[in-house]
Structures are given as C-alpha cells and as structure tokens.
Design a binder for this molecule. Structure first.
Ligand code: FAD
Ligand code: NAP
Ligand code: SF4
Length: 675
C-alpha cells in the first residue's frame, strides 16, 4: 500500500530488534496503575493502542525503590503478575508491537517526607525538602534501577525506558542548582553525570543485550542554570557508549516557567533541538512535544530531526491514530487539542486520566460502544460538543439519529473558542465531528431551529436536548448602556471594543476575551519564533536550559484591560491546574490588570462604578464586556415535557454551572453508549 507518510511507515532497527514504524506512544501516568484492578484496566487500555498500530509503547512511570513516589512500584517478584497481564494483552493484540516499561524515580518530587535527592534542595513545587543521599544510598538506588529493569524483563516487557529528565531524581544530579555535592557525585560535569552513567551500566548488565533500553534526557530543561548544550551532547554520548539503544529527548523541568505541551505551544516546536542532537549520535533519537497529527510527524522525520516520534496525549484522544494514518483516513483522527483538561490536570490533582475529546480514554472497560439492542429514531437538538458526541456515538451503535442546529455550522460554542489566539486546535475537533457525522450516517439539519411541536410531528422515539446555554446578564443598573457588550459579540467581531476595557467576570471566557482583545500579531501557537520570544527560549544559541533569563516580551495592541471578579480569591485560580499559570502570565506581561473582591454598582457614561475591597472606585472605561457565566437553555425541554414526549437533557442545557466541554462530552458519551 502506498502511503502519504513514507518516513513514518518505515521500520527501524532498535538495539537487538526492529520496530515496524516510527510512532511511539509516549509515557503517561494515568492513575490506572494505582487501581485495585490495575492489571485488567491497563491491559485493556494498552491493548487498544497496540491494535491501533503504534510501533512501540512506553508505559507510565513505575517506581524502582520505596522512595520513588508516584504510586505503582516494581520492587520484587510479587509485583510482576500485574505487569504480565499488560504485556500478554499487548502482545496478543499485536505481536509486532513492542512495549517498554518506564522506570521513574521522582526524587525530590516524590511528595513524601522520605524523598531523596543528591542535595537537600527543595523544589519550588515540592512538598518536602529531600533527604541527601549518602554514598550507600546512591549505591542502593543504582541497584534498585537494575533490579526493577530485570523484573520488567521477567514480566514480559520488550524493554525499559529510564526517565532522566523533568526534575526527577536522575536529572537533579545533572544540574548544579540541585546537585551541590562536593564528592564524586557532584561538582564537575564528569561527577554530576556519574549517577546516570552508573545507572545505565548497572541496568544493561542486569538485562543483557537482548532488551530495548531507552533513556530519556532533557534536551532543554527550560531552567535558568540548567544543562548547557555541550553537557546535553556529552551525556547522550556517554549513555550511548554504555549501551543505551535509543535516546529520547524531553523538553521539561516541572518547575520551569515555559509551557512545553499546552495548546499555545506550536506543533513540533522543539523537534529541531532533537535534530541537532541526533547529528551527534549514532543510535536512534526520539522527539516529542505537540506532535499530534501524522503529517507533523512525517515532516519532522523527513527533515532528519528524529528517528522516532513520540505521541503521548494523541494516543488518549485517538487510540487508532496510526491505523487511520496508514489507511489514508487522517480526516477521521480525533486530534488531541493539547488542552490538558482531562489528562495532566487530572494527573496533578490525583484523578484518573481521561481525555476531553475521547471520554473512553482510560475507561475502556466501563465505556463500551456496542451495537444497540433495539435501534431507535433519536432527535438530537444542538450540535455543540454534547450533541455532537451523543449523535455520532448513538449513530455508530445503529440508532437512526437526526441532529438539528439553529446555526449554519456544527460546533456550538467551539466556534467561539476556535477564534481565540492559542486555541486554533479546536478546529480539528470540529473537523473530526464533521467527518463522523458523514461516516456514521447522522442526518444533519443545519439552519433549523426546532420547537417541541415540530419534534412531536416528526415522531421520534426519543429527543436529546443539547441546546446549550445563554450568557448570564447580571442585574446591575446600566447593564443595557451602549458601552456594555456581550462576549459572544466581541468574539464574533460584531461589537465595538474601545481602548479602555473592563471585563466583568474572570472565568475561562473572561481570560479568553482578554487574550483576544489584547492580542497583537501572529498567534504564538502558530509560529515557533514568536513562541520563543514570548517565553524567553533561545533555540539558536541554546544557553543553559535553553532559556535567555531575560523577562520575555509579549506583544500587546496597547488596550488597557482590567479583568474583574467578585470573589476575593486570586484571579484565575479556577483555571486549569497545568495551564492556568500560562494564561495569567501572558496577560500580566501584556499589562492586563486583575482585580478580585469587586462589587459592581452601576455603569454610566463615565464608566463602571464599583467597590474594590469596600472602597468606591470608578473605572473610566469605554467598554464593559460581560463574561459573567451562563444559564442553561431549557425552554425546549420544558415544552417537550409538557407535551409528554420522552426527552433528556445533556451538556450546558442540563447544567451550566462549571460546565466545560470535557463534562459535556463525557456526559453525552456515557448516555449514548447506554441509549
Ligand atoms: P453549546 O456548545 O452551547 O451548543 C448548543 C447548540 O445548540 C448551539 O449550536 C445552538 O445553536 C444549538 N441550539 C440551541 N437551541 C436550539 C434549538 N431550539 N434548535 C436548534 N439548535 C439549537 N470548554 C472547554 O472545556 N475548554 C475550553 O478551552 C473552552 N474554551 C471556551 C472558549 C470560549 C470563548 C467559549 C465561549 C467556550 C469555551 N468552552 C471551553 C466551553 C465549551 O465550549 C462549552 O462548555 C461547550 O460548548 C458546551 O457544549 P454544549 O453542547 O452543551 O452547548
Ligand atoms: P465561569 O468560569 O463560571 O466564570 C464566570 C465568571 O463570572 C466568574 O468570574 C464569576 O466570578 C463571574 N460571575 C458569575 N455570576 C456573576 C454575576 N451574577 N455577576 C457578575 N459576575 C458574575 O464561566 P465562563 O467564564 O463563562 O466559562 C464557561 C465555561 O467554559 C467554564 O466552566 C469554563 O470551564 C469553560 N471554559 C474553559 C476554558 C479553558 O481554558 N479551560 C476557557 C473558556 C471557557 P465572580 O462570581 O467571583 O464574580
Ligand atoms: Fe489532548 Fe486535551 Fe485529551 Fe489531554 S484532554 S489528551 S490534552 S485533548
């Protein structure tokens, strides 16, 4: 079969063996590892991805020592059985897919008082100051890595990946800031890299030559005082000499102030750095970060920037991504939009990982799409995320689905979201659902505002009301003043916005509106040079850590914007755990003022009158944009109930408070698989 992606679909020799293509499912901690039925759930999760066509899988991190943190550990023969379930399931699903177990020691980030590190340096994001490892302690840790790798081999894995990046144990030996030792494990560069080199030597001895050995290093750790480029190269060469089969490049140190995987990071932004390293080595090199579609992977490989492309979150979004690429069905790919909302935000708040665009991710055992026992005629009203997910899954199960929307295009509020600079990936979700509508045979009726009487006449067995929301209009004197505008009209470009602006409401939409109305020039998400400038990254000269250390400059169009909320908590506190800081920082760098503890009094020709912390204040603004949340739009549902028709509510129409697309799609998916 000819393919559009010849580089992606060419096999590669890796150590003693071969992988069938160049797509690797990158490591993700999902939380499945920590469940009582971890073996069954991980087996189902990984087997589905193996069937989906990837060349190689790396599991989530497994601890080699009691101090390693992050839950699941592989310490002795008793722990092997659960991993055997995983490897058997993957090899049964696809005998030509390799699966490697990641060995992760989180070091000072372990979150327990017994956490260890080369020096007692507390990370900004850690809970505890780590205990300094003694000489014996270091020897014990090296032996633990070797023991864990040997057990992984016993469990049927094809190899291991050791993570030596991101601020975890191994990387803290490499950097002076976290390694302040003066013995043979610290001080000079040769001493600082001794720990990873000794770990690799011990692991290779323990597992023999016939076992894939991947080592992940920070090619840019995004940290002032981080690794210099010649240190990165020297480390990679030393690991290669010790018998590592593949070097995986990582662009991360968890406490860094540079976003590396969020949606505002351009696709494949860091791949050229991998390319530079690849030219120094003779073993294969993996690149990663924001590579979410096959063409992006193909371009990276064709440029010679990597031998293998790691896709981690894209495999949550669509387990079948690689098969779809191989078969020329890329328009069917459910693309990862890099929102982090259901994956990393969950991981870092102790919840089970899933995916905003694929609510089945990590719930393969519970959420099963099976043919409907008794196919029905179902009307779905509203083609926002909730209606789209419900309609396409119900139709896939064999129901006859008609999907109505009053608008001229599918997507509901996603059509507003996609206009926000940095949210360009939202177009992909709309493309995906558009294709699924065609493929599943959903009868789509756009430009059709339906009412209960129409639906009754059409004789559906069931009506699903996914009509979404209406923006809330706060009852404040002057709310109908000419200078007050709705966020919908601002985002659509249908409202005049002046030079001085107050935004009433600082939730996700308030932040997005502030981003839109202060934005200047190209979206950083679409241009690597702009991204580098806005986040202080120097790809050309590669200073230590890759960062310039100079306060980044973010272009602004000069509007004076104040973002307001009534709560006394810090503005933006409710944004995503792993992405909120990037939005706050960007707006602060554009000079947006953020004020909490506001009471709105009135709006008149002079501006917005309010009290802040009890003090009266007049904000002399030209425009007030209302972003004060939403109310459910349920009139249709009430009318259907009054007519005695079977109806159910989903998405924003069901509950507008704390609604987001993750909840809308999850609820729709769960109901559609049970319909
Ligand atoms: P909606 O998307 O509101 O869709 C409802 C649909 O019903 C509309 O298309 C409407 O035309 C149609 N409709 C209504 N009445 C009728 C009728 N009588 N007949 C026919 N059709 C009808 N969420 C996130 O999770 N992450 C984000 O980053 C994010 N960013 C956002 C940015 C912006 C600027 C906005 C506005 C929203 C954002 N959201 C985000 C929120 C997310 O878009 C909503 O939570 C989601 O769209 C709700 O889905 P829904 O299907 O319930 O409703
Ligand atoms: P939201 O997050 O609930 O924020 C609403 C804002 O309005 C809050 O700041 C609230 O703060 C204020 N408010 C509420 N009632 C008010 C009233 N009566 N008068 C004045 N102010 C009032 O909702 P949203 O910003 O509209 O976003 C809708 C949903 O889309 C959210 O749930 C969000 O998760 C999702 N979204 C997510 C993202 C993302 O990046 N993840 C981006 C955009 C939207 P006070 O009550 O303190 O004033
Ligand atoms: Fe990608 Fe968002 Fe899904 Fe995470 S939740 S895998 S970032 S689409």
């Amino acid at each position: 079969m000819t393919t559009r992606y010849p580089h992606v679909f060419s096999p590669l020799k890796v150590g003693h063996t071969q992988i069938k293509n160049r797509i690797l499912m990158g490591s993700m901690h999902t939380g499945l590892e920590d469940l009582p039925d971890a073996g069954e759930r991980m087996a189902a999760y990984f087997a589905e991805r193996a069937r989906g066509g990837v060349g190689m899988i790396i599991t989530g991190g497994i601890g080699p020592h009691p101090t390693a943190g992050m839950g699941a550990k592989l310490l002795g023969p008793d722990d092997v059985a659960v991993h055997r379930q995983v490897t058997d399931a993957v090899h049964a699903a696809a005998s030509d897919v390799k699966i490697c177990m990641q060995i992760l020691h989180t070091g000072s980030l372990a979150g327990t008082p017994d956490c260890v590190a080369p020096s007692p340096v507390k990370s900004r994001i850690a809970r505890f100051q780590p205990n300094e490892l003694t000489e014996e302690g270091i020897a014990e840790q090296i032996a633990a890595f070797a023991n864990c790798a040997a057990l992984a081999k016993q469990a049927g894995y094809d190899g291991v990946e050791i993570i030596g990046s991101a601020g975890y144990l191994i990387s803290t030996f490499l950097v002076e800031k976290t390694n302040q030792r003066s013995d043979r494990w610290g001080g000079s560069w040769e001493n600082r890299m001794r720990f990873p080199v000794e770990v690799v030597r011990a692991v290779r001895t323990a597992v023999g030559a016939d076992f894939i050995f991947v080592f992940r290093i920070s090619a840019m750790d995004m940290l002032q005082g981080g690794m210099a480029w010649d240190e990165v190269v020297s480390l990679a060469k030393a690991l290669q000499a010790e018998g590592v089969d593949v070097i995986s490049t990582h662009f991360c140190w968890h406490e860094s102030f540079v976003p590396t995987i969020a949606t505002m990071v351009p696709r494949a932004a860091f791949a050229r750095v991998t390319g530079r390293l690849r030219r120094e080595l003779s073993i294969p090199v993996i690149t990663s970060n924001r590579i979410n579609m096959p063409q992006v992977a193909e371009d990276v490989l064709a440029r010679g920037d990597a031998d293998i492309v790691s896709m981690a979150r894209p495999m949550l979004a669509d387990p079948d991504l690689v098969n779809k690429a191989r078969e020329g069905r890329e328009d069917e790919i459910n693309t990862c939009i890099a929102c982090n909302q259901a994956c990393l935000d969950h991981t870092f708040t102790g919840k089970l990982t899933s995916c905003l665009v694929n609510a089945r991710a990590c719930r393969e055992v519970d959420v099963v799409i099976a043919p409907a026992a008794a196919p029905k005629r179902i009307a779905v009203v509203g083609a926002g995320p909730a209606g789209l997910a419900y309609a396409t899954i119900a139709a896939e199960r064999g129901h006859a689905v008609t999907l109505f929307d009053a608008a001229s295009e599918i997507g509901g509020q996603f059509n507003l979201a996609k206009r926000i600079p940095g949210k360009e990936e939202f177009y992909e979700t709309l493309r995906y659902f558009g294709r699924m509508i065609e493929l599943r045979g959903v009868d789509l009726r756009l430009n059709t505002r339906v009412d209960a009487a129409m639906l009754k006449d059409m004789g559906f067995d069931e009506v699903v009301v996914a009509t979404g929301i209406v923006p809330r209009t706060p009852a404040i004197p002057g709310i109908d003043h000419a200078k007050v505008v709705r966020y919908i009209d601002v985002i659509r470009g249908e409202a005049e916005v002046g030079q001085k602006v107050a935004i009433m409401g600082a939730g996700g939409i308030g932040f997005d509106v502030a981003e839109l109305i202060t934005h200047q020039g190209t979206s950083a998400a679409l241009d690597i040079d702009t991204f580098a400038r806005e986040w202080g990254v120097d790809f050309q000269n590669h200073p230590r850590g890759g960062v310039t250390g100079i306060e980044p400059q973010v272009a602004s169009n000069g509007r004076e914007v104040t973002l307001l909320q009534r709560k006394a908590t810090p503005v933006g506190q409710g944004l995503g755990k792993t992405t909120g800081w990037t939005h706050r920082l960007t707006l602060q760098r554009r000079g947006v003022k953020m004020v909490s503890g506001v009471d709105y009094v009135k709006i008149d020709d002079t501006g917005l009158h309010c009290t802040i912390g009890g003090e009266p204040v007049l904000l002399e603004v030209d425009t007030v944009v209302v972003c004060a949340g939403q109310e459910p739009l349920r009139g249709l549902y009430d009318d259907l109930v009054a007519l005695g028709l079977p109806a159910q509510l989903i998405g924003g129409a069901f509950e507008a408070s704390e609604l987001d697309a993750k909840r809308a799609i999850q609820q729709a998916t769960e109901l559609a698989v049970a319909a």
